[in-house]
Design a protein around this ligand. Structure first.
Ligand code: SF4
Ligand code: SF4
Ligand code: SF4
Length: 249
């Protein structure tokens, strides 16, 4: 039987999501036995345009990124976005809050003309994304599980319930009681409430669930004499592109 061909591509990001895959040394051997990896930006120099599944890390922030992702979109049968940068635009979307020209000037000064940066967007603004492994970063195991599901023709299970559920199951003290804000009411779970379990607030690195209970989040804020503005800085860290997504859907 022919093995599925997989390309793992890096766009604008820190490379941390690809590292999560590389760090899974034992499982990696099984993965390489089950699929043909024809491109892996951080791991191999070979490249082929013959692949069925494209795994995409990073957001789209330059015209060169746009050309590359559209090229991949024409080839791949299935596209999986991995990490906040690819899924929601992630931390790179902070640039959009300044405006592209101002951001270029702040970082590159009089050399800003050398940079072809455009407004940051998540991958699904340019190509259809079939599955999302969310988080900054998602765990390598989550990414491998999605690939394994696709190999056997299963639909990967991706959580669509809030971090609060995982947090309460773990018996954590709610960080609001400790004077810390948290977006766990509306944020997509799957990280086992990593931040609240370390006594810090969730900043929705996995994005917002499909049908967030915004009123519950507002009620929680009101209970602690806080307002929506008090959580916007945390929200924008990974979700400043969300307006773009809402416009598209
Ligand atoms: S999602 Fe996070 S870990 Fe992955 S590339 Fe972006 S910044 Fe890096
Ligand atoms: S608001 Fe945050 S800390 Fe409180 S229960 Fe929900 S996830 Fe946990
Ligand atoms: S708790 Fe929130 S910010 Fe922290 S890893 Fe989970 S989803 Fe991301």
């Amino acid at each position: 039987m022919n093995k599925p061909k997989v390309g793992i591509f890096g766009f604008t990001g820190c490379g941390g999501c690809q590292l999560e895959i590389l760090n899974l040394e034992d499982q990696l051997l099984d993965l390489f036995a089950a699929v043909d990896v024809v491109h892996f930006t951080e791991a191999i120099t070979e490249h082929s345009d013959n692949y069925d599944i494209a795994i995409i890390e990073g957001s789209i922030t330059t015209m060169h990124d746009v050309e590359r992702i559209e090229h991949i979109g024409k080839i791949a049968k299935i596209i999986v976005a991995i990490g906040a940068c690819a899924c929601t635009g992630g931390i790179n979307c902070l640039k959009n809050l300044y405006g592209v020209e101002k951001a270029k000037e702040l970082v590159y000064g009089d050399k800003k003309g050398w940079i072809d940066a455009i407004e940051t967007k998540p991958v699904d603004e340019y190509v259809k994304v079939d599955y999302y492994a969310r988080g900054c970063p998602p765990t390598g195991l989550e990414i491998i599980d999605i690939i394994k599901s696709l190999i056997v023709g299963k639909v990967p299970e991706i959580p669509n319930y809030p971090v609060c559920i995982e947090c309460k199951r773990l018996g954590n003290t709610c960080v609001y009681d400790l004077g810390i804000t948290c977006l766990g009411v509306i944020s997509r779970a799957g990280c086992k409430a990593r931040c609240p379990s370390s006594v810090s607030g969730c900043e929705a690195c996995r994005g917002v669930i499909d049908d967030p209970n915004v009123n519950a989040q507002k009620d929680l804020l009101a209970k602690y004499n806080l307002t929506v503005e008090d959580i916007m800085e945390g929200f924008n860290l990974y979700n400043a592109c969300r307006k773009i997504q809402q416009k598209a859907k």
